[in-house]
Design a protein around this ligand. Sequence first.
Ligand code: SAM
Length: 239
Amino acid sequence: MFGSVFSGGVIKKAFEKGLVEIHVHDLRDFAYGKHRQVDDRPYGGGLGMVLKPEPVFRAVEKVKCKHEASIVLLSPQGRKFDFHMAQRLSKLQQVILICGRYEGLDERVVQCLATEEVSIGDYILTGGETAAMVVIDAVARLVPDVVGKANSVKYDSFYEGMLDFPQYTRPRQFKGMKVPEILFSGDHKKIEHWRRKKALEKTWLIRPDLLKKRNLSPEDKKILDEIRTEKEGKKNESD
Ligand code: SAM
């Protein structure tokens, strides 16, 4: 599963350059007995199987290095994964991601082994692997030099606490839709202002919660006032 996702693109290059390492471990390698059983029926009865604690504890003890590490349990019950969490994890030497299956893991893993429980959203996946891939991808691209200067993460959504501005490429006109004229003006200052305004406008319309969390510069406040006035003007015209 992991090989297919990380065998191309920016993340593959990061592995090749030695900027990021990823090791996948099979819990069965840490299970004892003839059948190397990693799961069992839940105490108290009920449907499904639960991952046993011993193989998970053994696996983490084996792979944990002395560096500052986070032992993340992927779980729908965890704190919601976001850009800030990705930034924090990207600064650590090691992140151990524990993937659950079936009904989940024995609660002792949650209580005594994991240092944090992380969810990628309010829905249930069949296993933690897909969630781990999301976390690895988002964290790895924040490690310095993984993403080249040309695609600097600084211009991505969330980096500055707002959404990215709209991007256009050739053709100049497509199905009657034109690329905004300003982008051909060659006036870099005006283009920068337009992009900032579009980014603020999109954030204000779709994710106002992001704007509430950030300290707006006087310049951004001025642009936002401009946007509000324009929108109110349009609304009054249509009324
Ligand atoms: N019974 C569990 C519950 O309701 O909390 C769900 C178990 S789920 C079917 C199996 C595993 O998938 C979980 O242990 C977890 O590792 C992973 N998983 C499912 N949804 C997830 C999510 N939204 N975020 C992170 N991991 C998730």
